[in-house]
Write a protein that binds this ligand. Structure first.
Ligand SMILES: Cc1ncc(COP(=O)(O)O)c(C=O)c1O
Length: 468
């Protein structure tokens, strides 16, 4: 560990080295197991005698901050309590008030609950780890230095070419690679589109109930956000307020209800966008998993006026940890969005993009989708049967033919129940968590993360919680 020590202006070098290392351990800059430089090297770097450094190390070792073995180096032995932060620091620079309305972000999903019915989480145990390892090794072996330098803000050209072909074949989304932008997840697409199109005070509309992050993000940009009701045909276009400049929708599988936007509603939304000079962000976040029926034409394919930004994500189909998503921009927007991407974070991670491109090119992506679709379909069917058996008297599942979760309506607020279930080892969201003004009651049952054989026991546990 290359710890910065500053002896300028100090006289007692031994004490100062001791004090600065001790402080670094206490405030967490140095952590348990970090290796300190050998005494000879540190003495040389600080232009002091080796005995001075050795004496400081010996004192720290005696006090339990360091541990050393001859020939194996000197290590930090943390565990000492961290001192309290000086009181004045908390009164320093403050964020804009908009940020106080944003709830704390979720913690990592790394420790799953006993029964995981959280919506939107794929089964990462079935991630194609072996193929990934092979393709990553290949990329690093053959693709050389160009992967390690700054890449194209718009995204890896090979990935954009593969993706354009894949989208045309699997979704009838016809887009030229030069109009695709690779992002760090679907969420970033909202940020980029809003930056190039909206000013503070402009009006945007989101589905209610809906996926909260786009609404929250737009709010932090100073955009006014109107929640618009959703019925069983999708967003109620007639309820979009006049003056709206951007609408975010999930037409394939409405989040959270699960309904698909009807063909007539799709037409109405596009006509509305055309009449109002607005943009429609079509979030096709989990479209790969369709279990029955023909997929409806995406808004993007129906749009002949350049009003739709089509958005996809690799989070559900592969892994959210990749942080890769994309957008297909209307031609007139593409250049500005690429500039916004460059200014936001230059580009998405290069190695991951190269590996996804190779995965699609060799046919592994399509095979993975087919395999996962079969697995998720079986879980979906088990869940529908289980809900009927265990909760027929309380919950009314909303029919859905796609995605990774199923919603079920109830005639009372179940937010408290969902919290109680969490205490009993069953994690799930309630519809109320996704409503702004809509009074939708019910629960969401994700089946991405839970293995088929856990669904029955999970529902039984949930029923016991309900029966108190
Ligand atoms: C409606 C919707 N859009 C997008 C995403 C995925 O976002 P990202 O690609 O940023 O992981 C989710 C994930 O839960 C979602 O529910």
């Amino acid at each position: 560990m290359d710890l910065h020590l500053d002896l300028s202006g100090t006289r007692g070098h031994r004490d100062e080295i001791y004090r600065q290392i001790r402080e670094a351990v206490l405030d967490g800059r140095l952590r348990d197991g970090d290796v300190l430089p050998p005494t000879r090297e540190l003495a040389h770097r600080l232009a002091v005698s080796r005995t001075t450094v050795t004496a400081a190390y010996e004192r720290l070792t005696a006090e339990g901050f360091l541990t050393g073995r001859v020939g194996a180096g000197t290590y930090v032995r943390a565990g000492a309590a961290r001192p309290a932060e000086p009181a004045g620091l908390a009164e320093g620079v403050q964020p804009r008030p908009e940020w106080t309305d944003v709830p704390a972000p979720p913690k990592a999903f790394t420790t799953p609950p006993e029964f995981d019915f959280r919506a939107g989480v794929p089964d990462v145990r079935l991630f194609p780890f072996d193929t990934w390892r092979r393709l990553t090794t290949q990329a690093l072996r053959s693709s050389r230095a160009e992967l390690m330098t700054y890449g194209e803000p718009q995204g890896d050209p090979r990935l954009r070419a593969e993706l354009a072909r894949h989208l045309a074949v699997s979704r009838n989304v016809r887009v030229r690679p030069e109009h695709l932008v690779i992002t760090v997840g679907a969420q970033q697409t909202i940020d980029l589109v809003a930056r190039v199109l909206l000013r503070p005070g402009d009006l945007a509309a989101v589905e209610d109930p809906g996926y909260p992050p786009p609404r929250l993000l737009l709010g932090t940009l100073g955009v006014r956000v109107a929640p618009v009701p959703v019925d069983d045909e999708g967003i109620v276009v007639d309820a979009i307020p006049p003056g709206t400049r951007l609408v975010h929708v999930t037409p394939s599988h409405q989040y959270p209800l699960g309904v698909a936007m009807s063909p007539s509603r799709r037409r109405a939304l596009l006509d509305w966008a055309e009449d109002n000079g607005a943009v429609v962000v079509e979030d096709d976040y989990d479209t790969e998993f369709r279990y029955s029926g023909r997929p409806l034409e995406p808004l993007h394919s129906l749009d002949s006026h350049g009003r739709v930004v089509y958005v996809g994500s690799f989070s559900k189909v592969l892994s959210p940890a990749l942080r890769l998503g994309f957008l297909a921009a209307p031609p007139a927007l593409a250049e500005a969005i690429v500039k916004a991407k460059y200014l936001a974070d230059w580009h998405s991670p290069g190695i991951e993009q190269a590996v996804v491109a190779a995965f699609i090119a060799e046919g592994g992506f399509a095979r993975h989708v087919r395999r996962m679709r079969g697995i998720y379909r079986a879980r979906h069917d088990l869940l529908v049967d289980g809900l009927r058996a265990e909760f027929g008297d309380v919950l009314d599942p909303v029919p859905a033919s796609a995605g990774l979760h199923l919603s079920a309506s109830a005639d009372r607020d179940l937010r408290g129940f969902a919290r109680a279930a969490s205490g009993a080892g069953v994690r799930l969201f309630s519809l109320g968590d996704f409503s702004v003004t809509a009074r939708r009651h019910g629960l969401l049952f994700g089946y991405g993360a839970i293995a088929a054989e856990r669904i029955g026991p999970g529902l039984a546990r949930l029923r016991r919680v309900l029966d108190g």
